[in-house]
Design a protein around this ligand. Structure first.
Ligand code: ADP
Ligand code: MG
Ligand code: ZN
Length: 478
């Protein structure tokens, strides 16, 4: 009798990520699949009409270089595109422009915490660029096609078959997402399909060097689904092998309601994509100087930044809040080259900005808040130019509408009053209104000073510089 312990699991993960460029991969159509009504971003190129000529999107290549660098890949100096031919309803062109022989990047790695608790470097086989397909929308008996997504820049990142469990695969996918978001390569919003992970799973008797037959699990909604599907496949494969059977190579989906995988298509209709070099695109040279320039622009590596935050004394709950909100890149940009104020900015981000995220239900990257104005708002508070209430009002305006911190402070009348004359005028007005209190104070009941001070601050709409107001009030009270 055999059991699961007698088998070694092997997993390789393929991840597709949509790049946040302004236009599509090979044409000038806007890359905004979910912001436009269906079929509004279409042209002869992304519809694959005869005679239409594609042009490579330089920004997509740049993001590809950035990703390959962040994943420590070797970058090929000359790359080219191939046509991958197949027939499927979501592929209106009948082929997809992809990369096959010479991908943009090869042989990188991403560190995760392995099942044994030790750091494990997951080997990345390739990073290449291609284009997304149309979106199929199933409605009742019908399937509708939205071509807005056709031709959206897509990056594929493929690991070696080195992951050993659903947990490791999930950890890898989460870490990869965090690194891509941190490096500004994609927003990777799973709910918008901006990141899709597929796992290839096989098992083989321990001690055997040949890998078993794999099944591929398609486009899961979340990484936890991927893990469940992998764990289900481990059990299913073991059951088949225990019974003396053979696992069939096929593509399967995950049914989260019944918690099992199901066959989507068998590899019997074996893929012959008839790849050939894309005749309408010349090879692209990635000049080493360009790659070097991009390297210099990368933020420090994700793990290094986490380490630095820890060494500066940021606690785990704060780190967790930053990573959960995908805010490490934002924080890094707010801190900027100066490298100062890290903890101060982190704390303000966590306390004030994340509470706006929670109260509005709007994630940071969907708000209008940018790192530089955020930093300026914090500085205004630090410099005593606005008070806590003014600071929160500025942040809220930046979050909802964007803009510059100082301009908002001025326009919304939030700057602290430092004008002696204005403060003296307010003090005179209040003292004339509270003459009995003034008399009490002068008779020795010093405690009423607080009440008078409060009235003056109120008169100044709480924007008086408290220290200055106090000094001028004491002068006036004599
Ligand atoms: P394809 O492009 O046809 O899906 P690849 O050979 O490029 O196939 O592999 C895709 C992914 O599957 C890679 O991540 C690879 O590591 C993984 N993989 C390949 N063979 C196996 C196997 N026997 N068991 C587990 N994973 C595998
Ligand atoms: Mg595959
Ligand atoms: Zn187009």
């Amino acid at each position: 009798m055999s059991s699961r312990g007698d088998y070694l699991t092997t997993i390789g993960v393929e991840v597709h990520v949509e790049l946040s460029t302004v236009t599509k991969m090979f044409c000038a159509c806007p890359n905004s699949p979910q912001d436009l009504p269906p079929n509004q971003a279409a042209c002869p190129v992304c519809l694959g009409l005869p005679g239409a000529l594609p042009v490579v999107n330089r920004e997509a290549i740049r993001l590809g270089i950035r990703a390959a660098l962040a994943l420590r890949c070797r970058i090929n100096e000359t790359i080219w595109f191939e046509r991958k031919n197949y027939i499927y309803p979501d592929l209106v062109k009948g082929y997809q422009i992809s990369q096959y022989v010479r991908p943009l990047g090869e042989w990188g790695w991403l560190a995760i915490v392995g099942d044994d608790g030790e750091e494990k470097k997951i080997a990345i086989r390739r990073v290449h660029l291609e284009e997304d397909t149309c979106k199929l929308i199933h409605s009742g008996e019908n399937a509708l096609i939205d071509v807005n997504r056709s031709g959206v820049p897509l990056m594929e990142i493929v690991t070696e078959p080195v992951l050993r469990s659903g947990r490791e695969a999930e950890e890898y996918a989460r870490k990869l997402r965090a690194v891509l978001v941190y490096n500004g390569i994609s927003r990777c919003r799973l709910q918008h399909g901006e990141m899709r992970a597929e796992a290839n799973v096989s098992i083989a008797p321990r001690g055997k060097t040949d890998l078993g037959t794999r099944t591929e699990i398609k486009n899961q909604a979340g990484f936890n689904h991927m893990r469940s599907a992998i764990e289900y496949e481990e059990r299913r494969h073991a059951g088949i092998l225990d019974a003396g059977g053979a696992v069939r190579q096929e593509t399967r989906g995950w049914d989260d309601v019944n918690r099992r995988t199901f066959v989507q298509r068998s590899k019997e209709d074996a893929h012959d994509y008839r790849y050939f070099p894309e005749p309408d695109l010349p090879p692209v040279r990635l000049a080493p100087e360009w790659v070097e320039t991009e390297k210099a622009k990368l933020p420090r590596p994700y793990d290094d930044y986490l380490g630095e935050l820890r060494s500066l004394g940021l606690g785990e709950p704060d780190i967790e809040a930053l990573t959960r909100n995908d805010a490490l890149g934002f924080l890094g940009e707010a801190v900027g080259g100066k490298g100062d104020k890290t903890i101060l900015l982190a704390k303000r981000l966590i306390k004030e900005v994340f509470s706006l995220v929670n109260s509005t239900g709007r994630p940071l990257d969907e708000s209008k808040l940018e790192p530089a104005p955020f930093r300026r708002a914090v500085e205004l508070l630090e410099e005593g130019k606005v008070n806590g209430e003014g600071f929160r009002k500025i942040l809220e305006a930046l979050f909802q509408r964007g803009g510059e911190a100082e301009a908002i402070a001025r326009k919304d009348d939030l700057l602290i009053e430092r004008n002696d004359a204005a403060i003296e005028q307010a003090i005179a007005k209040v003292l004339s209104e509270v003459q009995p209190m003034v008399a009490e104070y002068r008779a020795g009941k010093k405690a009423v000073r607080n009440a008078i001070f409060g009235r003056v601050m109120k008169e100044l709409k709480k924007k008086g510089d408290p220290k200055l107001v106090g000094e001028l009030l004491d002068l006036a009270l004599g």
